[in-house]
Design a protein. Structure first.
Length: 205
């Protein structure tokens, strides 16, 4: 019974976070560059855990009751994605990311942390996925099993972020080629600007 609840939580959470998203693209890039990846993984995992716990505690219902809040995050997130997408496009055109993970281009940990938090909390879908959807699914279980479900969901986040962040370094040999960085940054630019457009065209709530 406990195992089934934990497995359900793990599967539900994994299904939501493994899909390619702006946050995952950011983690992948940091992992390849090996810059502050431990900080990024910890911030993403703790943020997910906090949101999942809040959702299962019932806060997700408040998000549904106040859709205006989601609209604020919607436009703020769209603006952030547009800026980051244009920056990635510029890097792709200029080839300014053509460096190895251990030479030059080192960003400060504060800048990386703030960017990571922006990708996490300016994304309105994170509230719908973690707080509303997982919170709703957890109501199928009694109180004790609900928190076992939460533990499984939180475990999936931790496993995924560690795997993505530290697994990305295996791709580092490929990205010693400047062209690979330009392709990656170009792909990220297209992806971020597409997400921005989707946020603007699709109302939430």
């Amino acid at each position: 019974m406990y195992f089934a609840a934990a497995a359900a939580g793990f599967a539900a959470s994994a299904g939501l976070i493994i899909a390619i998203g702006a946050q995952n693209a950011f983690i992948l890039r940091q992992g390849i560059k090996r810059q502050h990846i431990g900080l990024v993984v910890v911030l993403c995992a703790l943020s997910d855990i906090a949101l999942i716990i809040l959702g299962i505690a019932g806060i997700g219902a408040l998000v549904q009751q106040y859709p205006v809040a989601l609209q604020v995050f919607r436009f703020g997130g769209a603006a952030f994605l547009a800026v980051y997408g244009l920056m990635a496009a510029r890097r792709a055109l200029q080839g300014t990311s053509a460096l190895t993970a251990t030479t030059g281009g080192q960003q400060s940990w504060k800048r990386v942390a703030l960017t990571c938090l922006a990708f996490t909390f300016l994304n309105p879908h994170v509230y719908l996925d973690t707080m509303v959807l997982l919170g709703s699914i957890s109501t199928r279980y009694q109180h004790e099993l609900r928190w076992v479900f939460a533990a499984g969901a939180c475990s999936a986040s931790v496993v995924w972020f560690i795997t993505l962040g530290y697994g990305a370094r295996m791709m580092q040999p490929v990205f010693r080629n400047p062209r690979a960085w330009r392709v990656l940054d170009g792909s990220i630019a297209v992806f971020m600007l597409t997400l921005c457009t989707m946020l603007l065209l699709n109302p939430l709530g």
